[in-house]
Design a protein around this ligand. Structure first.
Ligand SMILES: Nc1nc2c(c(=O)[nH]1)N[C@H]1C(S)=C(S)[C@@H](COP(=O)(O)OP(=O)(O)OC[C@H]3O[C@@H](n4cnc5c(=O)[nH]c(N)nc54)[C@H](O)[C@@H]3O)O[C@H]1N2
Ligand SMILES: Nc1nc2c(c(=O)[nH]1)N[C@H]1C(S)=C(S)[C@@H](COP(=O)(O)OP(=O)(O)OC[C@H]3O[C@@H](n4cnc5c(=O)[nH]c(N)nc54)[C@H](O)[C@@H]3O)O[C@H]1N2
Ligand SMILES: [Mo]
Length: 683
């Protein structure tokens, strides 16, 4: 008989599902969605339904190992935990003695969204050590900075309310692929008569199923939003009352908008003048109107401005007033957990460095490993991330990871491309084997998960590994002895009203609870009456910052570059995977091997569907298989991310092409501002 255990999906996805896990004889059999959870609603995506394949994969790391072959060769010998921890402590101490503590660089991202295994003991450890600080910018930094500037708070429209919208703009949002639990609410809205439009350089499944699809030039979203605002203000379709009460800077905005007439915006975005005018009118006059903005729009050189400009729209038309109106990019700002107490940045003072350590932007890992001096990075500590696959400018990253004098520790579940470069590999538990607390960024439910099955082999949770390392390094502060339960209580103890009544014990009952964002059963309307998180409490249009220029790597960018590399490459996520987490799946392998091309661009290069093509620029090259059609506009090519490099023909994925240039805000990544040329391979 199977036991049913509750869990929470740890993946970096807006849906953060509540799961029911059936366990038989100590093994996970099946994962299902919790039918009671208002957003999960009883179903999970295919990759998570099949998570047992990952859990029990032959690639699973079960013991600590030490490198015996060359860097990257992936040849290891089994060692004991004591040997591994002793060797790490010895190497760290000698590197710190010679180069100083900033020669140590942690590298982690969102392999798990759990706070305990993602941002607690590990952060304490590196703060206490005085390691270089990692700026965790690879995903959402530009958009985060932009939302903080405009709304002042990362709150958004609740997913459950989309069912009441009459118009939904899916703006850089592949809902079916990367946020599938929003889909049923859209289906409900459509049944009630709503229209759904997609704005995306790629027409994926979501675009195919929408009422209208707008092929927008990559990185030009700010121009479209400004163009829509131009029409709205020129035709007096804005909500003058909302603007008057809850915003500032409207006069200057109106002046700025004169620079964005539909004709100019058509040239910048690829939409026609008529489309821009009609979209603006429909958006301003349909109530409630919802925008699902996703992070695809901000992975560009103008990504910060794009999110700023789009997030002004609902305030301009007063969409925040209604249930079912407004915008959703992230809800994460509502999880007012006590992160400071979890991460303890104050421990830096005890590191002996005498100041705050330098910051290293994770987008520029390749540069950090190959160019930083004073001190150079001599020890790299990777966990919850797979930079050999996911970081841009892959050739530089791999050159850095190949350095014989770099001491690399990787804590992993599977032998990833990054782990293959490690000197020491430590085996980590999965979410089904450890305890964690989960905030979300696509809804307002906080989750708690206990192990569903025992940890296999000698795997350990990250929190335990950093506790052990702290001991080896002689850190005797009591905070390094706190249990995972202590850490959860610490996180919940922030005093914020949204966490009122939410305790570890109450979370244990069902595994999840709604934040107290509104009284029970009532919708949360974050900005219906203003209440923006800015200093003045008003949304500031800040017109002086609303100046759009095309990205340098785009069809309207640097003329020399676009002459050599005339095609704009976007590399959005694969429906079958989650970044590189499911890189072992054949479905991911197939999906990420394809380059979508417009038929005119293909014809000009003598390329047909099924041809092997070489995609290249100054940074590198990858081999893909062409799929010719009309899924992308002319001038754009698209390949899904993120393939395991070692599964690709020459050990490189699309990140061999992407740039480590930073976005206009927040130091964010610019994966989707990337010019390339494509050529047919002669076999
Ligand atoms: N199945 C699956 N789900 C996932 C992930 C995954 O890898 N697979 N990844 C997770 C992660 S890490 C994140 S951050 C979230 C959010 O993930 P998102 O950032 O929303 O996902 P992407 O697919 O990268 O981008 C969304 C859409 O934006 C489009 N896009 C690209 N450039 C532009 C542009 O300049 N303008 C406009 N308008 N659109 C553009 C892409 O073609 C894509 O359809 O999803 C999560 N969910
Ligand atoms: N070309 C291109 N590149 C991209 C993107 C893109 O759209 N296009 N998207 C970017 C985005 S949005 C993001 S968020 C990044 C994602 O980058 P990452 O956060 O690095 O995501 P993953 O590739 O999924 O790698 C997560 C790793 O963490 C491991 N892991 C999971 N749980 C645990 C745990 O509990 N302990 C330990 N020790 N390890 C664990 C998994 O096994 C996995 O190998 O990629 C970025 N790269
Ligand atoms: Mo992400």
């Amino acid at each position: 008989m199977a036991d049913i255990r509750r869990s929470i999906c740890p993946l970096d996805c807006p849906d953060t599902c509540a799961l029911l896990v059936s366990v038989e004889a100590g093994r996970v059999r099946q994962l299902r969605g919790d039918p009671e959870h208002p957003v999960t609603r009883g179903f999970v995506c295919e990759k998570v339904a099949k998570y047992a394949d990952r859990q029990y994969s032959s690639e699973r790391l079960l013991y600590p190992q030490r490198r015996v072959g060359g860097k990257g060769a992936g040849r290891f010998e089994r060692i004991s935990w004591d040997e591994a921890l002793d060797e790490i402590a010895r190497r760290l101490k000698s590197i710190i003695a010679r180069y100083g503590s900033e020669a140590v660089l942690p590298y982690s991202y969102a392999g798990t969204m759990g706070l305990i295994q993602g941002a607690s003991m590990d952060r304490r450890f590196f703060h206490r050590l005085g390691a270089s600080r990692l700026e965790r910018t690879i995903c959402s930094a530009a958009g985060t900075a932009a939302l903080n500037m405009t709304l002042g708070r990362r709150y958004g429209l609740e997913p459950e309310q989309f069912r009441l919208a009459r118009l939904v703009l899916l703006w850089g949002a592949n809902v079916l692929g990367a946020n599938v639990h929003l889909w049923p609410f859209l289906v409900e809205a459509v049944r009630r008569g709503a229209k759904v439009y997609t704005i995306d350089p790629v027409r994926n499944r979501t675009g195919q199923l929408s009422h209208r699809h707008y092929f927008i030039h990559p990185g030009s979203d700010a121009a479209l939003a400004l163009g829509m605002m131009h029409v709205i203000v020129a035709e007096h379709l804005h909500d003058a009352d909302f603007v008057e009460r809850y915003t500032q800077g409207f006069e200057a905005l109106a002046k700025r908008l004169e620079e964005y007439p539909p004709k100019r915006v058509a040239g910048l975005t690829g939409l026609t003048e008529k489309e821009i005018v009609e979209l603006a009118r429909e958006y301003a006059t349909t109530r409630p109107a919802a925008i699902r903005l996703n992070y695809g729009v901000q992975r560009s050189e103008r990504g910060g401005l794009a999110v700023r400009a789009v997030s002004l729209l609902p305030a301009l038309v007063g969409a925040w007033r209604e249930v079912g109106g407004g915008l959703l990019l992230s809800t994460s700002g509502a999880f007012h957990l006590n992160r400071e107490a979890l991460e303890r940045p104050d421990l830096e003072r005890r590191s002996g460095l005498g100041r705050s350590p330098r910051a290293v932007n994770m987008v520029q890992l390749g540069r950090a490993l190959t160019e930083l001096s004073d001190p150079p990075v001599m020890a790299l500590f990777v966990y919850n991330s797979n930079p050999a696959a996911v970081a841009p400018d892959q050739n530089r990253v791999l050159a850095g990871l190949s350095r014989e004098d770099l001491f690399t520790v990787v804590i992993e579940q599977l032998l990833t491309d990054t782990a293959a470069y490690a000197d020491i590999v430590l085996p980590a538990t999965t979410f089904l084997e450890h305890t964690d607390l989960y905030a979300a960024y696509g809804h307002y439910y906080l989750g708690l998960a206990r192990p569903a099955v025992p940890a296999p082999g000698e795997t350990k949770p990250n929190s335990e590994i950093f506790r052990l390392l702290a001991g080896r390094m002689g850190f005797d502060e009591p905070c390094f002895r706190e249990s995972d339960e202590d850490l959860i209580r610490t996180a919940l103890d922030s005093g914020h009203p949204f966490l009122d009544g939410i305790t570890l014990e109450r979370l244990e009952e069902r595994g999840w609870m709604r934040l107290r964002v509104a009284p029970q059963g009532e919708p949360f309307l974050p900005f219906a009456e203003g209440g923006f998180g800015t200093q003045s409490g008003k949304l500031d249009f800040a017109a002086e910052t609303l100046e759009y220029r095309p990205p340098s790597e785009s069809r309207l960018g640097d003329p020399d570059l676009r002459a050599r590399y005339p095609l704009e490459l976007v590399t959005p996520k694969s429906d079958a995977g989650l970044n590189s987490t499911f890189g072992y799946r054949d479905a991911v392998d197939r999906d990420t091997a394809v380059l979508a091309m417009h038929e005119a661009d293909a014809a000009a290069r003598g390329i047909s569907t099924g041809d092997r093509v070489r995609v290249y620029n100054d940074r590198g090259a990858v081999m893909l298989v062409a799929r010719v059609g009309r899924d992308v506009a002319r001038g754009v090519v698209a390949a899904r991310a993120v393939r395991w490099p070692r599964k690709a023909p020459d050990g490189r994925n699309v990140n061999a092409l992407t740039s480590d240039r930073l976005a206009d805000l927040g130091g964010g990544a610019t994966f989707y501002s990337c010019l390339v040329e494509v050529q047919r391979c002669v076999e």
